[in-house]
Design a protein around this ligand. Structure first.
Ligand code: CA
Length: 235
């Protein structure tokens, strides 16, 4: 049995700071990734179309276009995981990047180890699921087998799209129906063991899940917080 794969995956790095681009390239290659680079949004989209990457690391502040626009265009044809490298202090850009379809983000300056852990998590394959029951959250029907959210007959509303990160969190909660799931378990399963203290990731993504699925997001009835402990899916 082979312990390491010769090719851990193709990663497209989009970054206009030459020093950071170089550091990312060296670190990724050292871990067995095949690396493609782009220093601008148009170049990134052309490269992604020509040789579809297994994951994208994307700077938001690019010389020709906003990184968020790159995600939007990429998402019209590709579901490849995108991790945003955000150099901006406000959370607004991260939120619009996640809304556009990014899976995760790190804020500059970030630790290379942390970024690599996020990348591994993003590349981890979804386990194959046996067809299971649908779960109801407000007017949404969540099907874990097909990864689809539909609306209960008779209700209206926007179609719901969940990111890979959101699906992972939701899946763990739904499969533990009615039980408290400790925040540390969610963090370890979704982001890796190094992230067990990063409860702000979880708060951020839980708020997004509620906005997408709960009828009254500030007063959730199904995706509940147990303060200081974790989260619970209440059917
Ligand atoms: Ca930049």
């Amino acid at each position: 049995m082979r312990s390491t794969r010769p090719d851990a995956g193709r990663v497209l790095v989009v970054e206009d700071e030459p020093a950071l681009l170089r550091a990312l390239q060296i670190n990724l290659r050292a871990r067995g990734y095949v690396v493609a680079t782009a220093a601008a949004g148009s170049e990134a989209l052309a490269e992604a179309a020509q040789r579809p990457p297994d994951a994208v690391l994307l700077d938001l502040g690019l010389p020709d276009t906003d990184g968020t626009e790159v995600i939007r265009q990429l998402r019209t044809w590709s579901q490849t995981p995108v991790i945003v490298l955000s150099g901006r202090t406000g959370s607004g850009d991260k939120i619009s990047a996640l809304d556009a379809g990014a899976d995760d983000y790190v804020t500059k300056p970030f630790s290379m180890e942390e970024l690599m852990a996020r990348l591994r998590a993003a590349l981890r394959r979804e386990p194959l699921l046996a067809p299971g029951p649908e779960f109801t959250i407000g007017s949404c029907l969540v099907d874990l087998a097909t990864h689809k959210v539909s609306r209960v007959a008779g209700s209206d509303g926007e179609p719901v799209h969940l990111t890979r990160t959101e699906w992972r969190i939701l899946e763990i909660l739904l499969r533990s129906e009615g039980q408290l799931v400790p925040a540390s378990r969610l963090l370890a399963e979704v982001w890796g063991p190094a992230a067990v203290d990063s409860t702000h990731y979880l708060r951020f993504h839980m708020a997004r899940l509620r906005r997408k699925l709960e009828e009254d997001p500030p007063r959730p009835r199904h995706l509940l917080t147990e303060p200081g402990m974790g989260y619970r899916y209440q059917p």
